[in-house]
Write a protein that binds this ligand. Structure first.
Ligand SMILES: [Zn+2]
Length: 607
């Protein structure tokens, strides 16, 4: 998505300086790095092919040398591509940027072909030899990286089988996924409101669900439903096909549950996910208590599904860039001077691109780039209070990425379950400071409600989506191809417990599973969001309990990046994700936030 709104914002001229990567798109070092990485990959292949999978395993020093070279080479090969992605995101309409992105991508594929053998050989080494190798102190730094690759061993097929599957996936699974993406992207929805009819995209019509005007929200819901209904035959067929494809994949690879592959990638056990989901479901009463409050605030007796995201007040104060910068920096600084000084570097050294610019990508992200450089952040700052939270969020990622550079390129990234840890934690720090600074009850209430709604969407809604997926995969296995009406019924059944009698789910809502891409792209992706959010809320509670003693342990956790499994790293913080009671910590905090909103309602005289 690209935004075309080069209007003046107070973040004008707040642009990143990417020269720590390369001096510009014409920098000859880009080509030099790509050439050198290719030569290294060729040399790597001739040095190590056939040497990793040898009886008894390769000598530890040879394996160490191979992994070290793999790390250095990967960094050199990815740096040009990462740079190209950043310049492209900052200005997508410059053809030079698109061309550089294509060139670096193609070159990386060429280089990668020389490296694939390494993983294939490593998973074939006998368990006994692997145990001995991983116990070697010299390999300790890369133990988790090597171990994690081995976790997939029971699920690999033979090399010719893998090759056939990969080749046929292009016209199989990948083709259906692309058909879904292109279909949903091309959908147009009729928005009939105020005597006019507009034809809107999915994201445009969804935006009207936040409208302060109930008539507009209802019109958006009706337009969304009827657009989906018109495409129900195709979207139902795609869902049926991909659920069946996932099932045959799981059967071929000997997974006993359709969630198995996702748990393995997330480095998490099924019992932890179960405990997390059932704990969240015990708090549906909190969700319904909030929706009752929201109904009172909006002056609506019976809230409908299309009222859940309505904004409370259209007249919120704005916040300019210098103020946002100070609030965010101060909130990190108050938590830890070390964190504060790292955040300070992002501003002082121009590692953030915040201004609005024609052709710039929408949304926000923090890119870790490579450990020998530092992260860069992109966002579109529009002087809204919400943008201050986005800045805090991305700087949380930035802090995490900055600190984890020490564990090296192969292990600095975390799995999905802990990827949002530092970002959501940083948001909480900034949120508390914003609440002090904008102390007018109406503004505090509006900020608090929007924070609660975001948390609900990340925790309870994601659990609902996962329950829906579980029932869908089960029904597909037991009943064969499902009709749209059958899937609609599963969707409503999964949504009912969260909304109870407080939110009326309209007949149209039954069709709204159809546009959710996660079900199509990565089955069972959604629970990781709930995991991440509840983990952070629990960490916030721990910080409240433990005070300053919490800080160094937290920074150590961030510094460890993905160098061990999440439960091991969190265990060092005194956090036991296997304890079902652990999840209560975060859920109780959400309950406290709802109570605070109820109290603010009184203070605003809105009762
Ligand atoms: Zn994030």
């Amino acid at each position: 998505m690209s935004v075309s709104n080069a209007a003046a914002s107070s973040a004008d001229r707040v642009a990143w300086d990417l020269r720590d990567l390369y001096s510009g798109v014409d920098d000859p070092n880009i080509g030099r790095d790509l050439d050198s990485a290719l030569k290294r990959a060729q040399a790597f292949e001739s040095a190590y092919r056939g040497k990793i999978d040898v009886p008894g395993g390769s000598p530890a020093d040879a394996l160490l040398a191979a992994v070290r070279e793999m790390e250095g080479m990967s960094e050199q090969m990815d740096k040009p591509l990462i740079y190209a992605s950043l310049v492209h995101a900052a200005k997508t309409d410059d053809p030079k940027h698109g061309a550089l992105l294509a060139r670096t991508r193609e070159q990386r594929t060429v280089i990668n072909k020389h490296l694939i053998f390494f993983d294939l050989e490593w998973v074939k080494v006998a368990d006994e030899a692997v145990r001995r190798l991983l116990a070697e102190p010299s390999l300790a730094r890369y133990r988790h990286y090597l171990e994690q690759k081995r976790a997939w061993r029971p699920h690999y097929l033979s090399e010719p089988e893998e090759k056939i599957l990969e080749e046929k996936a292009v016209t199989g699974r990948a083709a259906f996924v692309r058909l879904f993406d292109e279909t949903v992207a091309s959908l147009r929805f009729a928005f009939e409101h105020g005597g006019r009819t507009e034809s809107l995209s999915l994201s445009q019509i969804n935006a009207h669900l936040y409208d302060a005007d109930r008539g507009a929200r209802r019109a958006a819901a009706e337009g969304l439903t009827s657009g989906l209904r018109d495409n129900a035959r195709l979207l139902t067929y795609l869902m049926n096909t991909l659920v069946l494809d996932h099932r045959s994949d799981c059967d071929l690879r000997h997974f006993d549950s359709p969630m198995g592959p996702r748990h393995l990638a997330n480095e998490i056990s099924a019992s932890v996910v179960d405990a997390l989901m059932t704990a969240a479901e015990r708090y549906h009463g909190t969700v319904q208590r909030y929706y009752r409050l929201k109904g009172r605030l909006l002056g609506i007796d019976q809230l409908a599904d299309y009222d859940r995201y309505a904004i409370l007040f259209a007249d919120m104060p704005s916040c300019d860039w210098p103020t946002a910068r100070d609030i965010v920096r101060e909130s990190y600084e108050a938590f830890s001077p070390k964190a504060g000084s790292i955040i300070g570097e992002f501003f002082a050294k121009n590692w953030i691109d915040a201004e609005l610019r024609d052709g710039k990508r929408g949304g926000a992200f923090s890119s870790s780039t490579v450990p020998s450089v530092h992260p860069y952040i992109l966002m579109n700052f529009t002087d809204k209070l919400r943008d201050v939270m986005t800045l805090a969020h991305e700087l949380g990622h930035g802090l995490h990425q900055y600190l984890s550079r020490g564990v090296g390129y192969l292990q600095c990234d975390t799995p999905l379950t802990t990827a949002e840890m530092a970002s959501v934690f940083g948001e909480m720090l900034t949120f508390q400071r914003l609440q002090q600074r904008y102390s007018e009850p109406r503004v505090r209430l509006a900020m608090l409600c929007s924070k609660i709604e975001d948390s609900f969407a990340t925790v309870f809604r994601q659990v609902v989506l996962t329950r829906f997926e579980q029932s869908l995969h089960k029904a597909r296995r037991e009943q064969g191809e499902l009709t749209t009406e059958q899937i609609n019924a599963l969707w409503l059944a999964a949504n009912k417990p969260m909304h109870g009698d407080v939110v009326k789910l309209t007949d149209g809502y039954a069709w709204w599973w159809m546009y959710i891409g996660h079900f199509i792209h990565v089955p069972f992706y959604c629970y990781a969001y709930a995991f991440g959010e509840l983990l952070v809320l629990a960490l916030v509670q721990k910080y409240k309990q433990d005070g300053p003693a919490f800080v160094p342990r937290y920074l150590e956790l961030l510094s460890a990046g993905g160098s061990d499994a999440p439960h091991v790293l969190l265990g060092k913080m005194g956090v036991d994700v296997n304890d079902p009671g652990f999840w209560e910590l975060g859920l109780r905090l959400l309950g406290d936030m709802v109570s605070e909103a109820e109290a603010l309602q009184g203070a605003c005289g809105l009762e």
